[in-house]
Design a protein around this ligand. Structure first.
Ligand code: SF4
Length: 101
């Protein structure tokens, strides 16, 4: 398991060409978390049919900037893609100290 404690949450920022896939199950989980309807989640937080909004700095709409211990506003209800990251692989954002240039 990767150590995420020292990471500034790179995985909560949209990389070029990437997007966070949101499924109907994810939308329903978020709706129950907020106590609103699935449609309201789509209207308030979705950029399009399958992706969350991102801010100008490319951070996820649910990312809490700063040093807050809980940097995901919806951590308990976060989308599947967030839950499964880095999908059984080494985190691509972690660079071993010896590999820094
Ligand atoms: S939903 Fe939470 S964990 Fe997923 S990208 Fe947004 S802030 Fe990060």
């Amino acid at each position: 398991m990767d150590d995420c404690q020292g990471c500034p949450a790179y995985c909560c920022f949209k990389a070029d060409g990437a997007y966070l896939l949101i499924t109907a199950c994810d939308i329903n989980r978020l709706a129950r978390f907020f106590g609103i309807t699935d449609g309201e989640v789509r209207r308030k937080y979705m950029a399009n049919r399958h992706s969350l909004q991102v801010r100008d700095d490319r951070s996820c709409i649910f990312f809490v900037p700063g040093d807050a211990p809980e940097r995901c506003l919806v951590y308990e209800a976060r989308p599947y893609q967030c839950r499964s990251f880095p999908h059984g692989e080494p985190c691509p954002y972690l660079v071993p100290p010896g590999d820094l240039i």
